[in-house]
Design a protein around this ligand. Structure first.
Ligand code: TYD
Ligand code: MG
Length: 469
C-alpha cells in the first residue's frame, strides 16, 4: 500500500505546498492553507497500472454534426450572453453573490428548455427538491417537465445520468456542495471542487450534454475556492446586481464559443426574472434633468448600444490628499482624464475631491466613456448643467485630443430613439450618423469641450442675473 503523503492546499487559489504555512505565497491570503490527501496523487507513478494505451479513432474536421450545435433557451438576454445558445458538450460556470438570483435564472432557463422538449435535469445540492418545486410553483413553471433531484455525490449523479437518454442540459447548483469519492478531503475544499468539476466536465464532453455549474462568489468578487474551475470550463458567466435595486446583469467573463463583451439585463420581480430588452430606458429612468455634474454616455455593450448617466461631484477638499472615489468605472482611467484636464485644459483639480458614479450600478469598461466623464466633471466644477438632450462619447488621448470610437451609427440611433437631439462626440469620419436625425457636434480636443461648457455656464449665469436684479 502506498504511503499517502499529505499535501497542503490553499483553499482560496488551489496552490499546493509540502508543509503548512500561515500565508499562501501564490495569492497572499492568510490562514487559507489546509491539509488534504488526494488518493490519486498518493499513488506513485511506478505503481500506477501500466499498459499499452487504448487505440482511439481520429475524426476529421470536416465531419457533420447530427444535432443542432447550440441549444437555444428562448430567454433572449441569456442567449445573447452565451453567444446564441448553449453549445453541446460545453460546461459553463455561473458565478454570483448569494441571493442574487442564480437559482432563479437557471430554473427559468431549465423550464423554458424542458417546455421545448429537451431533457433537462436540475440537481440542487443546497435546497431540497420540495424547495425547488415550491419556487418553480411561485414562478408559474411547475408544469414544465424538468427532472429534479437533491444530491451531492458526483458518482451517484453520473450513474443516474447514464440511465436513459443523455440530458441536453444539466444544472449543478452549486459546485461547492458536490463531493467525489476519488478525493479524500471534505466537501467544499478546493481539491473536492476540482475533482467534482473534472468528473462533470468529462461527462459533458463524453455525452454531449451541456453542464452548468453554479459557483458562489466571495466578498472580493472572486468565484470562491474554485478559481481553478474557471480555467477548466468553457465559459464563465457572472451574475451581478446592486443589492438595493431590482435589476441584474449577466456578463460573460470568459467564453470559448461566443463573445465576452455582451451583457444580459434582467429585472427581479415577484414572478422571477424578467428580461429587459431596452436597458437604456431603464438606466435613464431616474435621471436628474438639469442638475450640474451629470452627462449621458452613449455607450456600447457588445453589439448593443446602451445609454447610461455618468454622475460626477467635484468639491473643494478638506484633506491634504484629495479624495478620488469611483463606482462603476476604472479608477486609473479617471486619474488619466483628470491629468489630461489639468495638463491640456488648464483645469486645476488638485484641491478638489472627485467622486464619479455610473448610475444604476452598471460597470463600464469602454474607453469611449472618457468624454462623458470629462463633461460631467467640468459641469460639476463650473456648476453649469449640460444640455438635457445631449449624449457624450469619445476616447480622450493623453495629448488631449478626442479620438474616434467604433459603432458611431448605432450609438446615435439609440440616442435618437430615446429622444436625444445632439451628440457631442469625435469629429465624424466616413461612418457618419447623419441618417439618425441627431445633430452631431464633433469635438477635436478636450480643451474645446471644456471651453464650450464653461461658455454655456457663463451665458446661463448672465441670463439669470439679468432676470433677477
Ligand atoms: P436565488 O435564485 O435563490 O439566489 P441564488 O441562487 O443566487 O443564491 O434568489 C433569491 C432571491 O431572489 C431572494 O432574495 C428572493 C428573490 N426572488 C424574488 O424577488 N422573486 C422571485 O420570484 C424569486 C424566485 C426570488
Ligand atoms: Mg441558489
Amino acid at each position: 500500500m502506498a504511503k499517502r503523503s499529505p499535501s497542503y492546499v490553499c483553499q482560496n487559489c488551489g496552490a499546493a505546498y509540502n508543509r503548512w504555512q500561515g500565508k499562501c505565497d501564490a495569492c497572499g491570503e492568510w490562514n487559507s492553507i489546509a491539509e488534504e490527501t488526494s488518493a490519486i496523487a498518493a499513488v506513485p507513478a511506478s505503481q500506477r497500472p501500466r499498459g499499452r494505451g487504448r487505440v482511439f479513432a481520429l475524426e476529421s474536421l470536416t465531419g457533420s454534426t447530427d444535432e443542432a450545435p447550440r441549444l437555444v433557451s428562448g430567454i433572449g438576454e441569456l442567449d445573447r450572453v452565451t453567444g446564441g445558445g448553449f453549445v453541446r458538450g460545453s460546461v459553463l460556470l455561473l458565478g454570483g453573490d448569494p441571493g442574487i438570483g442564480k437559482s432563479t435564472l437557471l430554473i427559468q432557463a431549465c423550464a423554458a428548455l424542458a417546455n421545448r422538449n429537451a431533457r433537462v435535469i436540475y440537481i440542487s445540492g443546497e435546497e431540497a427538491a420540495a424547495q425547488v418545486r415550491l419556487r418553480a410553483e411561485r414562478l408559474g413553471l411547475a408544469s414544465a417537465p424538468v427532472e429534479l433531484a437533491s444530491e451531492t455525490s458526483v458518482e451517484d449523479i453520473l450513474a443516474t445520468f447514464e440511465h436513459g437518454p443523455p440530458p441536453r442540459l444539466v444544472v449543478i447548483d452549486s459546485i461547492q456542495t458536490m463531493w467525489t469519492d476519488t478525493v479524500e478531503s471534505a466537501p467544499g475544499t478546493v481539491t473536492q471542487v476540482r475533482g467534482s468539476a473534472q468528473a462533470l466536465i468529462r461527462y459533458a464532453k463524453r455525452s454531449g450534454s451541456t453542464v452548468i455549474l453554479v459557483g458562489h462568489v466571495t466578498k472580493d468578487g472572486q468565484i470562491a475556492g474554485p478559481r481553478v474551475v474557471e480555467h477548466m470550463v468553457d465559459a464563465v458567466l457572472s451574475f451581478e446586481g446592486d443589492g438595493g435595486r431590482d435589476f441584474r446583469i449577466l456578463r460573460g467573463v470568459k467564453n470559448r464559443f461566443g463573445p465576452t463583451d455582451e451583457i444580459g439585463v434582467f429585472e427581479m420581480t415577484g414572478l422571477g426574472l424578467r428580461e429587459v430588452t431596452n436597458p437604456s430606458a431603464l438606466f435613464l429612468s431616474e435621471r436628474d434633468l438639469g442638475s450640474p455634474g451629470t452627462a449621458v454616455f452613449g455607450g456600447m455593450e457588445g453589439t448593443r448600444p446602451l445609454l447610461v448617466e455618468m454622475q460626477a461631484l467635484v468639491a473643494p477638499t478638506s484633506l491634504g490628499t484629495p479624495r478620488r472615489a469611483v463606482v462603476g468605472w476604472d479608477s486609473s482611467r479617471l486619474s488619466m482624464v483628470l491629468a489630461v484636464l489639468e495638463a491640456h485644459c488648464g483645469v486645476k483639480l488638485g484641491g478638489h475631491d472627485v467622486y464619479l458614479n455610473v448610475a444604476g450600478g452598471l460597470r463600464i469598461q469602454e474607453p469611449a466613456a472618457d468624454l462623458a466623464v470629462a463633461a460631467a466633471l467640468i459641469s460639476s466644477l463650473t456648476g453649469a448643467p449640460l444640455p438635457a438632450d445631449a449624449v457624450y462619447f469619445g476616447e480622450v488621448s493623453l495629448s488631449g485630443s478626442v479620438r474616434p470610437v467604433a459603432h458611431m451609427g448605432p450609438r446615435l440611433k439609440e440616442a435618437a430613439k430615446l429622444g436625444f437631439h445632439r451628440a457631442v462626440c469625435p469629429v465624424p469620419g466616413n461612418e457618419s450618423g447623419s441618417d439618425s436625425g441627431m445633430r452631431v457636434n464633433g469635438v477635436a480636443s478636450l480643451a474645446t469641450l471644456v471651453a464650450d461648457i464653461a461658455a454655456s455656464g457663463e451665458s446661463q449665469r448672465r441670463k439669470s442675473t439679468k432676470v433677477s436684479p
